[in-house]
Design a protein around this ligand. Structure first.
Ligand code: SOE
Length: 393
């Protein structure tokens, strides 16, 4: 018999929907789990909105003040899906109340805040997870498996992009619901924390710590009307960011994130090139992983030149990560399933005692890279990241 695991969701925007869907569906597709999520309460400031959200997603109750939610004795885990400037206060209070804390990415506004969050949850001894969901797209997980199996060999190059185009209009306001990502006071940074953080998390998971960075950022639209003040205000976020980096394993990296790549909506890509093989992923075709095998691991020999070539692996077989939980081979899954997988791994971590990653401490490493990137864009120099964490699973 699985035991109920009572979720208190804070926030009911786009991410609140993605997470609620995951909590609702996980028990259907991962019935072996010992915990069965119960949507106990959802919290948002707007009473009518939160009522409607609770009705749609099946939450048993609502709150309009997050402090009340984290104090409730009938909540086991608090899931933070609100703008970034609110993460830390809620996480600290939730940990002090003994709740497990799951937090939407990025962990915090900056490293100092993230460190305080790590200290608080570790002091309280509560389980944590940060929703870097793209690790759990089966093709991305398969890339990690290929790396672990030694199929890439000595890594030389890592390149990644996250391209969008939704903020190009100069009359798009900043701040408030839906547009808080453009307001530096709520977001902390622009594409570095919002988009490149995903790429950095994936990169370090696949290829180890990023040790130093050299970056450029740009804010193309300098002033935008603020929805909350009604005034034209300077834009404090980075609209675009490019950086190069070095990994601890000696590989070179190049990253690009922007919301000004006309025609691109969510083009998240990465490629890793090693001595023995390469892998390539593109979020627009998430069910595929491209793999070039130079040296066959099974035989140790080189793949003959006349048969060598890029191979598209359709990542839908039951042997592929997570896929035995879904349909039959050949049938695809998508974006929302990465969140279901995150929940499944989190609950499994509670049961095995091996915490799902990235936990707060691990996500702090990504925060450190983001901060070093922004520092480098300011200084115009290479900046050390201070990342130390190695080899998590
Ligand atoms: C921004 O548009 C955004 O929604 C990010 O906040 C998400 O983390 C990313 O997965 C998709 O884009």
């Amino acid at each position: 018999m699985s035991r109920p695991y009572r979720i208190g969701m804070i926030g009911c925007g786009f991410m609140g929907r993605a997470h609620s869907n995951a909590w609702r569906r996980v028990a259907n597709f991962f019935p072996e789990l010992g915990h069965r999520p119960v949507l106990q309460a959802v919290c948002a400031r707007d009473g009518a909105k939160v009522q409607a959200f609770a009705g749609t997603w099946g939450y048993a109750s609502t709150e309009t003040d997050w402090r009340r939610l984290i104090e409730r004795s009938d909540i086991d885990a608090v899931d933070i899906c609100v703008p970034n400037h609110l993460h830390s206060g809620i996480a600290l209070a939730a940990a002090a109340n003994g709740k497990a804390v799951l937090c939407e990415k990025p962990l915090a506004m900056d490293v100092a805040e993230g460190e305080a969050m790590v200290a608080a949850v570790e002091r309280a001894g509560v389980p944590t997870m940060v929703w870097y969901n793209y690790r759990r797209v089966p093709s991305v997980s398969l890339a990690r498996q290929l790396v672990e199996e030694g199929r890439i060999g000595r890594p030389y190059h890592y390149r990644a992009q996250f391209l969008q185009d939704w903020t190009i209009a100069e009359d798009l306001p900043q701040g408030g619901a839906a547009l808080w990502r453009l307001d530096v006071g709520s977001a902390g940074s622009g594409v570095t924390g919002d988009l490149l953080a995903h790429n950095i998390d994936t990169a370090m998971w696949l290829n180890g710590p990023i040790t130093r960075v050299l970056a450029e950022t740009e804010t193309f639209v300098k002033e935008r009307l603020h929805q909350e003040t009604g005034k034209l205000q300077p834009v404090g976020i980075d609209d675009a960011c490019i950086f190069i980096c070095r990994f601890a394993n000696g590989a070179m990296g190049v990253f690009e994130g922007t919301r000004y790549a006309r025609g691109h909506k969510a083009l998240k890509t990465f490629e890793l090139n090693g001595a023995d093989g390469s892998v390539r992923f593109d979020l627009h075709e998430p069910e595929y992983l491209d793999y070039f095998e130079y040296r066959a691991r099974e035989t140790g020999g080189k793949v003959p030149s006349h048969t060598a070539g890029w191979r598209r692996i359709h990542v839908t077989n039951s042997e592929h990560p997570y896929m035995s939980h879904w349909w039959v081979p050949g049938l695809v899954i998508g974006y929302e399933h990465s969140f279901v997988h995150a929940v499944a791994d989190f609950l499994k971590g509670l049961e095995t005692g091996v915490p799902a990653q990235p936990d707060f401490r691990s996500a702090l490493q990504t925060q450190k890279v983001c901060e070093a990137v922004l520092r480098s864009a300011e200084s115009g120099r290479w900046e050390q990241t201070g990342v130390t964490l190695q080899g998590e699973s």
